[in-house]
Every structure is written in C-alpha cells, then in structure tokens.
Design a protein around this ligand. Structure first.
Ligand code: IMP
Ligand code: MG
Length: 359
C-alpha cells in the first residue's frame, strides 16, 4: 500500500541511474605503475569479495548503534538492504589485496552502497581517501557517504534524533512507538476518511483538552469540509462526588442540530469519553461520533462506539504528540514509552529548574 509508505517520493537517498553495462574491468587507472596496474587488473577481474553475514534483520551484530538505527529507518520505508555484503579490494601487493573497503549497507533496489560514519569531521579524511580510491578502481559502483551531520539530519527528519530539540536525553526513551511521519500519515488518512464520510455536511469538532490540541491542529488541516472547533475540559471530581468527572470548561458553541465529532488523544478505560458523550447527547446534536488517535483497547471498561481510531496501542503509559506525564513531554514529535526511571524523578522540581534557567 503506497499510503503506508510515507515519504517514499521524497526519500533522502537518490536513486542513481542504473548502469546498463557495468564494466568489470574499468579503464586503466591513471598514475598507476604498468606492472601493478596489470596485477590489479587481474585481481579486479575476479571481482569484489562476498562477505558472509546473516542478512536477517534483528540477528545482525551491527558494529555501531547508528547502523542499527539506519537499518530500522530502511525497514520502515520498506527499502531492501543488506549489511556489509561486499568487500572491495582497493590495493594489491602482487595478487594479494592489502587494502579493501566494505561499505556498511547495500540497497539492491537502488543499486547503491551506503557508508555511515559518525566520526568527527576531522577524522574522516581516511574515509574520503578510501572513497576516492573506490571511484578509481570501481567507477561503476555508487557509494554514498553519510557523515555524522548528514546522519543526524536524516534521523531528525523521521523523529528519532529530534529529542535534542525537546531537551529529553535520548537515554530516557525506552521505545518509540510511532514516528512523526507515521503519525502524520495516519492523521492524513483519518482526515480523508472523515472528509468523505461528511460529504455535503459541515461539522463541529469538539476536542477534549489539553492533549488533543496537537492532534486536532493536524487533523483539521486534513479535513476538506467546512468545520468549526470547540473545546471541552474535564477533571476528576474530588472525593465524595457522584459523577466521575466534572467539566471545567464548557462548550462555547451551540451544537443542537449540528454534526459533532468528538476528538480525543487517547482512550483507555473509556470512562472519560463515556461521560462526555452522555453530556453531549443531551444537547441533541444531529449526529455525534467519536475519533481517538490512540486506543489502549485492552484497558476498556465501558463499551464505547469509537467511529475513527488512529492506532491501537499496547497497555503502556505513553507520552509525546500531546500526551504528557506531569505536564511534560507533550512537545515530543513522536509517541514513545519512557524508561521507568524517568517516571520516578521529581518532575515538578525539574520543571521549576527549567523555568529558572529560562528566565
Ligand atoms: P480513560 O477515561 O480511562 O479512557 O482515560 C483517558 C485519559 O487518561 C486521557 O484523556 C488521557 O488524558 C489520560 N491517559 C490515559 N493513558 C495515557 C497515557 O498513556 N499517556 C498519557 N495520558 C494518558
Ligand atoms: Mg485527555
């Protein structure tokens, strides 16, 4: 499904023109001694050496964590890849190769080798020299070098390294469930579906504050119907109240006779939504449907008709893309689970320190 492969059209790796007759014996390399050139020519004719590595993802011992991240990124875009499949001899002593180069990845669909380096700029001169030599000896092979800067830019675009922006150390993240691109893709699908379902109708979107603001802002821009926006805010009652929750901000707009879509970031037990739906029904809208981005259906206590669901997620506490833990982490661009130690810290103190240093 193309819709499930977001960003393929703008994927950062250029597809090089496939060379029809890739020559196994390139023209003589200028500047080489005639005898050595002849030896090299013989060795070159035998071609690059296959390296025996298992190709199944998850079983590969990557030399560097950046390589594992890069592999996950390729997996996400369904780009076929192999890890270090080929060694290219670069220099020979007679027939014996004395220097060779093994690019980190090969992308068969792109016919492209990728070398990742997270070394400091000053240390990659040797790499550049090897790559220049690759071009001389194997002009038909395309290798791209991703420097540390390129690599982090790439990951940031897909949400993995963007944590630096939000002052959350990467080490605090247990697992990223959905990247910004995955969320945006799903939100666009929901918007398209809602636009189709409400053809020839206008609607009022009612968001439950505050976590929903991120989702609502993105969703409304994917809906091509005339719409109005309103917000509700609920909070748990203190002890001894009959109702489970109370409204702390009521609707501004009149919804009687209107098509209402109630938007929520995450539903767990369904108790909050059930209370709100009951209240909204009493105002006799023309129709009332529910749209939630994340659904922890395992924890559901109230049977609730949810018309639109973004993602079914496991029963774990999640933050990001509007969802908070003690009001923090809403601005993470992805949905993630934090390390248990993070939840044990005193976040109010952390926030106070934060404000002090900001002022
Ligand atoms: P429910 O009434 O049990 O469905 O609770 C839903 C509310 O709990 C949501 O509106 C969220 O504010 C909050 N919530 C539930 N699970 C999470 C989570 O994993 N992260 C952040 N907030 C959550
Ligand atoms: Mg909420």
């Amino acid at each position: 499904m193309d819709a499930e492969k977001p960003g393929l059209a703008e994927r950062p790796i250029r597809r090089p023109a496939r060379r029809a007759e890739a020559s196994a014996t390139p023209d003589a390399v200028p500047g080489l001694q005639p005898q050595r050139a002849a030896d090299e020519d013989a060795a070159r004719r035998r071609g690059p050496v296959a390296v025996a590595t298992p190709h199944r993802f998850g079983r590969i011992a990557f030399a560097h964590p950046a390589e594992a991240d890069f592999a996950r990124l390729l997996e996400f875009y369904r780009i076929a890849w192999r890890y270090e499949p080929t060694s290219f001899p670069l220099r020979w002593d007679g027939e014996r190769a004395v220097e060779s180069f093994t690019p980190d990845f090969y992308l068969p669909e792109q016919d492209l080798y990728v070398e990742l380096t997270t070394m400091k700029q000053s240390l990659i001169t040797r790499k550049h020299r090897k790559l220049r030599r690759m071009k001389e000896v194997y002009p038909e092979i395309t290798v791209v070098l991703l420097t540390r800067r390129d690599y982090y830019d790439l990951l940031a675009r897909f949400g993995y390294a963007a944590v630096e922006i939000t002052s959350l150390p990467e080490a605090d993240i247990e697992r990223i469930l959905y990247s910004p691109v995955e969320i945006a893709t799903r939100v666009a699908q929901l918007g398209a579906q809602i636009s189709a379902d409400y053809a020839n109708r206008s609607l009022i979107l009612v968001g439950l504050l505050k976590g929903v603001t991120f989702f609502l802002a993105d969703l409304t821009r994917e809906i091509s119907r005339p719409l109005a926006i309103d917000f509700l805010s609920v909070a748990p009652w203190q002890d001894g109240q009959a109702e489970r929750v109370q409204f702390i901000k009521d609707l501004d707009l009149a919804i009687t006779g209107r098509h209402v879509l109630l938007i929520e970031d995450i539903v767990t037990t369904g108790l909050t939504l059930d209370f709100v739906v009951t209240r909204l029904q009493a105002l006799r809208p023309a129709s009332l449907e529910v749209c939630v981005l994340f659904d922890k259906h395992e924890r559901r206590l109230v049977d609730l008709p949810v018309r639109y669901t973004g993602f079914a997620i496991p029963n774990e506490y999640v933050v990001g893309y509007g969802l908070d833990y003690k009001q923090l982490y809403r601005n993470l661009p992805f949905l993630c689970v934090l390390k248990p130690a993070v939840y044990a810290r005193d976040h109010i103190a952390h926030l106070a320190r934060f404000n002090e240093s900001a002022s």
